[in-house]
Ligand binder design. Sequence first.
Ligand code: C5P
Length: 324
Amino acid sequence: MRSYTLIAPAKINLYLEIISDAYGGLRQRPDGYHELAMILQSIELADKIHIKSLSAETIRVNCNHPQVPTDQSNLAYRAAALMAAQFPQALAEYGGVEITINKHIPVAAGLAGGSTNAAAVLMGIDLLWNLGLTKSELEELGATLGSDIPFCVAGGTVIATGRGEQLSPLASLDTIYIVLAKYRSLEVSTAWAYKTYRQEFGNSALRDSENLAARAAAVHSEAIVKAILNQNPGEIAAKLHNDLERVVLPAYPQVLHLRELFASQPQVLGTMMSGSGPTVFALVESEEQAQAVKLQMRAAIPDEDLELFVTRTITQGIHLASSV
Ligand code: C5P
């Protein structure tokens, strides 16, 4: 029986705008989500997902990280359950699946760690069961499980609109080095961040719903998109944006402090919180500078609870490491 090992990269948000109309009206969609315009970027920091067949028609999840559940609350488990429900004949023919997650991406961090694991499971089962699904079919399946999963399947540098599932790829970015900072014990609920944003900054009466689509489309002409197309790291760094910082930074002073510390380092081109946080990232020009920034952060905050990573932009999403 074949087995597959897949690389499941994390992401950062170079841009995250919660779309409102010209009067500050914010729409919570009928599905409870918010309209977004984002630029998502795959990074080299990744989990490794091993998938193999089981003789019984069951799903088993193993993970080396104590904080990651192995039951149905794990998005990777739900991805396997979705494939089993969609393709019952393949389940009967090939049996169940055992999924082993080797975690390197911090959990509940705004880096799409859970989503990228689920995306890898969709792709791994597609291979294991010889389904021959296209990328867009996998993205569509993924969208039913979580907003970031289609991007994790696609990878690279992408404009994402709708609730994050409508993708428009941008040209691949040349390598930019990144330093990530996250307190291990700090987690931010994504649902809380969006709800608080809506309560604090949304004028709930949406008066101009047509304007929303126009606003979402306008992200294509944002300065940061031009900077990406021009391969200009300094300009990209100057145009980073994340609306959710407006609610997360005041509520979590530690996150604000990380951001201020990054901003004070001469090598840092720009810094921003990723997604709903609490990870903060800094863009730098070279690996040496990234290592220097990491050392400076460590010296400023000797707390072992603070995790620091040096990573870089990559141009692909889920990919195969090996098959046996
Ligand atoms: O789709 P996902 O499960 O990753 O989203 C987590 C939570 O974030 C949702 O339950 C929702 O509360 C919030 N969210 C949102 N609008 C989006 C994406 C996420 O309100 N576009």
